[in-house]
Design a protein around this ligand. Sequence first.
Ligand code: HEC
Ligand code: HEC
Length: 336
Amino acid sequence: MAKLKNYSVVTLGLILLITSACKKDEHYINTVEIPDFNFPKTITFEHNLSTYGIYQGAVNELVPAIEFQLLELSSVLFTDYSQKQRLIKVPSGTQLTRLADGSIDFPDGTILVKTFYYYHDASDPSLGKRIIESRLLIKESNTWNAATYIWNEAQTDATLELNGSDTQVNWIDQNGTNRSTNYHIPTENECMACHQVNSSIFPIGPSLRNLNRSVERDGNILNQLDHLQSLGILNSFPVNQVTQIVDYNDPLASISERGRAYLDMNCAHCHNPKGWDIPAQVDIDFRYELPVDQTGIIYEKDKISNALTHGKMPFIGTTLKDEEGITLVLQYLESL
Ligand code: HEC
Ligand code: HEC
């Protein structure tokens, strides 16, 4: 009897714990809504992705047209284990310019494209893929415009969608395990929640330090910045002056660099003083370039690990938890 009683006390305790945990989750979802940012637009997006002529040949092969260049990043955003292709086009005769503060100035007319897809079987890409969406950032009159295009079932084209959507995706991962997700295609306001700096839209990934890495082009291993300079689409400056961000999956990099690189590309677009005001007000600034004692990471260690392990953060952008990424960040926090 005594034993049973103990059990029921434990059960009651558990139920209380679970309900309070649920309350907290509800609190999270209900108190913060993504506002209608209503940032000004300087273009009208085309209805069909094909109008932009991004691909040549069979479009579902995702072979970029001659004016589009591949961009590869060292540190990337996690999105439900999807694969991503990133492309850039600058109008002919123009180029990207390094500014005095080390950031990139993109010419008007620049198009950045990020396409999300899943291999049916990640261990054998030859079995084909399902392309979900292509997100575009287009700069015109010194202002960036953001929109996404959802690919049709025949994988022949994609159409503009500003209101977001959800789609069931099934695939087999590298280890042969069947995986699935209710993949979320972001709304226009969700794009803006992540892509804002001082209430205007900006690109996030292509910084000089995130592009400063080796890539393979036509069978040659090259530095990506050198390559962009040789194509004439990046202005000329000594590439060896540029710092690098590590690939957070690189086991040879230090745990502190890997942890910081992950938090930079998965969290800092919201958690920095110039981002969306609500997360900007949380006392954490995850930008890679800040010395750790100015980020709040040490002070807010417990909050960060809680938010990650309970799936509360990142606030939007993924439906599945990034198990490997979370393990990495917990290991990093532990090391502090
Ligand atoms: C959860 C935050 C988040 C949301 C929501 C989001 N993005 Fe991004 N986006 C990022 C980050 C971080 C990167 C850079 C890292 C990467 O590409 O892996 C990025 C990269 C991109 C790129 C490649 C150029 C660049 O800025 O790096 C494009 C284009 C883009 N996003 C467009 C969009 C559009 C359009 C939407 C809405 C339909 C959208 N994004 C929604 C965070 C987000
Ligand atoms: C799309 C924007 C966005 C992204 C990306 C994002 N956050 Fe947040 N974060 C928020 C918002 C909004 C809040 C405030 C939530 C609230 O008050 O309920 C918040 C709050 C937090 C808090 C404070 C929670 C608390 O208990 O007070 C932590 C810690 C946090 N985020 C960590 C992270 C980490 C780690 C990542 C990356 C894995 C991340 N965030 C990515 C928007 C974001």
